[in-house]
Design a protein around this ligand. Structure first.
Ligand code: PHE
Length: 453
């Protein structure tokens, strides 16, 4: 079923400078607002420990095997997501391939809106204009998320993202990741060391993290959030890892690389939880104002930082800088998916394609720019249900249609691990994701109906 061998000059024409360069870039794709905003808000919205347990189970049992399968798919075909799925599955699987650039571009639209808000929050922190009391919290978010300055920040994010992708895999994406990932980790560790010293830290950890109820493990809302979080955070089902892996040299140790990316991404998410939970006031557990999930990040955190006086302003600058860096490297990965597909499938030039696709993403993101409700709906749909659905199809492709790709292309991988990965791809991932997808659709439908009634 494979026509991998006879492939013409491929995505591998562009290569990562080194194995570390690839791991940094792929971690840059994974680590983003999903870790810094998504994980803490989903935790605070309910579920606490049960959510964390489900999230970690999803990462280890489903996320890691699927990530490894995506790396194998990209690396051993040397092709962008559409041609890679076609190469291993035949023409009928090409449809799945096209889902990748479509969903990535749609995600990039709303993701760039949020990245713009982060940039504006950073500027406000630098100017010392953080909200100092509860009454100023909601207007602060409205100030970030409305008007021409918001549209300007959105455009700056997309222009920078397109510039990096247009500059190339090694010169653009890898070069950005090489300085931004270490900077991000330094900022994160600094903030982590400081956070337990906050006055209310321990009670807040206890309140948000350590409440446990067995029934939560079967709560459809919590299940959907936990699995959605694992997928979004690792960027699975979006084609980003396939696209990045297509530039990897065949000798690279993919299992170790997949493990490093998974561990880094999950650790950063957990660190973000420890940093942000003490700063969230009790009233702001995702319900404050009309902004729901967004209030945690753009209302509670600025209020929390401002309450710490001058030192808080410095910490706010560090935090929003860190979030901005993380968001931009993820936006770059999201744009690389459609660009790699168009360059590889149609032979278009990288530069013009990056700018053109960036412009398309700018148009697709307009609804999210104009309405925070539409932004959250896009996140639930494209960043949740669609990614999970594509992940499910991908596991069927790699587990049933082309298992020899996984079995034959990982010679360094210990046999039991290989068999575990195959078992996950064939049975565990399709069954669990099928169930979660069903629950998610019912949950989303129920929420929409409840909103209408
Ligand atoms: N993983 C990124 C985050 O957590 C988002 C992302 C999704 C990036 C899909 C690439 C592909 O913010």
């Amino acid at each position: 079923m494979t026509d991998v061998e006879d492939s013409s000059p491929s995505a591998r024409a562009q290569q990562w400078g080194s194995s570390l360069g690839f791991v940094l870039a792929a971690s840059g794709s994974a680590i983003g607002l999903g870790n810094l905003w998504g994980l803490p808000y989903r935790l605070a919205q309910g579920g606490g420990m049960a959510f964390l347990v489900l999230y970690l189970v999803a990462v280890v049992l489903l996320g890691f095997p699927l990530l490894l399968a995506e790396l194998v798919l990209g690396c051993h075909t040397g092709r962008s997501p559409v041609l890679a799925t076609r190469a291993v599955g035949g023409p009928s699987w090409q449809l799945l391939g096209w889902l990748f650039p479509l969903s990535s571009t749609l995600i990039l639209g709303y993701y760039a809106v949020m990245t713009g808000w982060v940039g504006r929050a950073l500027i406000e922190a630098l100017r010392g204009h953080l909200p100092t009391d509860q009454g100023k919290g909601a207007p602060f978010f409205l100030h970030l998320s409305q008007g021409w300055p918001e549209a300007g920040a959105y455009m700056v994010v997309l222009v920078f993202t397109a510039f990096v992708v247009a500059t190339g895999v090694q010169q653009g994406i890898e070069r950005l990741s090489r300085w931004s990932m270490p900077a991000l980790l330094v900022l994160l560790i600094g903030l982590l060391l400081w956070s337990p010293s906050l006055p209310e830290a321990l009670p807040r950890y206890r309140e948000v993290l350590f409440h446990w109820q067995w029934s939560d493990l079967l709560d459809p809302g919590i299940l959907r959030q936990a699995f959605g979080q694992a997928f979004f955070s690792l960027g699975l089902g979006s084609g980003a890892m396939v696209a990045y892996a297509s530039h990897v040299q065949n000798r690279d140790p993919l299992p170790q690389q997949a493990a490093a990316i998974t561990v880094l991404d999950t650790t950063v998410g957990l660190m973000a939880v420890f940093i942000t939970v003490p700063l969230m006031g009790t009233i702001a557990l995702g319900q404050e104002g009309n902004f729901g999930a967004l209030s945690n990040f753009f209302v509670s955190l600025p209020l929390g930082f401002a309450s710490l006086g001058h030192g808080g302003v410095v910490l706010a600058v560090a935090f929003f800088l860190l979030a901005g860096i993380a968001a931009v490297t993820s936006a770059v990965a999201l744009l690389e998916v459609p660009v790699s597909v168009l360059v590889d499938s149609l032979g278009w030039g990288r530069g013009a394609t990056a700018w053109g696709t960036g412009a398309v993403a700018a148009i697709l993101g307009l609804p999210a720019l104009l309405s925070t409700d539409l932004l959250m709906a896009s996140h639930d749909l494209f960043g949740g249900v669609v990614l999970i659905g594509s992940g499910l199809l991908l596991s069927l492709l790699m587990g049933w249609v082309a298992p020899e790709q996984v079995m034959g292309n990982l010679p360094q991988c210990p046999r039991p691990l290989l068999q575990g990965v195959l078992l996950a791809l064939r049975w565990l991932i399709p069954l669990v994701l099928g169930g979660v997808l069903l629950l998610s659709s019912m949950d989303l439908l129920r929420m929409n109906l409840a909103l209408r009634l």
